[in-house]
Design a protein around this ligand. Sequence first.
Ligand SMILES: C[S@@+](CC[C@H](N)C(=O)[O-])C[C@H]1O[C@@H](n2cnc3c(N)ncnc32)[C@H](O)[C@@H]1O
Length: 470
Amino acid sequence: MVETPAMRPEDEPGVRFTPPELARRLARIVRDGTRGVLDPACGDGELLIAAWETGRGRGLRAEQIHGIERDAARAATARRRLAHATGRADVATIVVADALDPRTPWPADADVIANPPWVSFSGRQSATRDARVSAAASTAARSGWPSLHGAFLERIAEHVAQHAARAAVLVPAATCELDGYGAVRRAVTALARLTSAPLELGESAFPGVVEPAALIELEPWRPADAADRRGSRESWLRAAPDDAMRLAALDDHPRLDPACFGDIGVHTGNSARQLLASTNAGDPFVREGRDLEAFRIGPPRLRLNVALERTSERRFRYGDFARYERTPVLVRQTADRPIAALHTAPTYFRNTLLACWPPAELDPAFVVAVLNSTIAASWHRLRFLDARQRTFPQVKVAHLRALPFPFVRRSSDAERHDRIASLVRGFGAERSGEDARRRARIDREVELAYGLDAAATRLLRDRDPREARS
Ligand SMILES: C[S@@+](CC[C@H](N)C(=O)[O-])C[C@H]1O[C@@H](n2cnc3c(N)ncnc32)[C@H](O)[C@@H]1O
């Protein structure tokens, strides 16, 4: 039996299991070529299951999944759930141990995904003696406001630095800005850097928890000088001063005509089940957001019950098949950056996909390359996602209409335009080992197409959010 989150006991201070949707959000750090995933406070394994779901198509093997959990019963549940999810008994390693005890080894090279216990040792929250003992392992957690989540964060930053790993960690948003956590921020930034500004999840990220949450992502870095090596107490929520400059660097580029983007997808209204449950082989297929990844569109899994009639109780909406069929590019709507693919084997699509009709002077494959580029991702993140309290980001038609675009007039470099388009068309139906290299090449070519100077390109690349390079 699959154990669901609703059945999980959460009777310990600071222990709140991650809702599945948020777990999937964290799992996005699992990229092609990952060397493993570790959750050092894995509870019953929700984050590891999300990591497996995301990572299995990206080369993650079941034996590269690692969890550490102090509570033996939760660890046993995690083992069972992972065996069920991976279809392989006891391949994932779940260790019962105190992850903060220096004698507990963390698997080298694994990327870290964590929702550590949120326990402060001062103020109103009380902490168990055990928790205090584990946290004593960290230096920062002993100064300022000592806390278990601070101690975990510091240990995770150490791991990131030692193994050139990446990490996604859920913490109380206060950790990112309050003075009492300055020592933790200093310890963390002496070792690693934030991939992008923390994603503020607000007060509703965890059912029953009012404390605002934030998701931070860490990556390794090489401090330039001694001052950098000491880290900084500065708030992580203040907008980076370079951000305005990064956006300005792109502003000179034109936008595509607003009519190039539209939201014409099938709205299932209140009738999703009847509309999409067709088993009639004569019914046309319908794709949805999850069928699309960057550069690639998968086979549709659903059929549209075109015989279903609208009534006053049954509300749904879709247009003529020809409109869908004549849409050359699709963009995912539920993402924190544009993710696009050519609409090959075209059919109906749901409103979790947005439509793009490139102008005649641009090859649709070139448009796909630009939409998937690091620059477009950074721009989207800087422009739309640093706003506070955005839990589950979306790419909207308005965002796409506002995206600065290179080569709209196609005068500048026809050769580069064609080269990029043919690289995009070179993606086969199946993933291959060549993909990462091809993506990197396309990304570089798009950077050159934007024609930004090296400093501006570096600034935007530095803010490469989440999956941009995956
Ligand atoms: C907030 S829960 C998160 C569980 C899971 N990662 C999730 O997101 O659903 C934190 C878990 O950390 C465990 N824990 C607390 N202190 C720990 C320690 N020092 N070492 C390992 N696990 C610990 C708790 O037992 C609890 O299951």
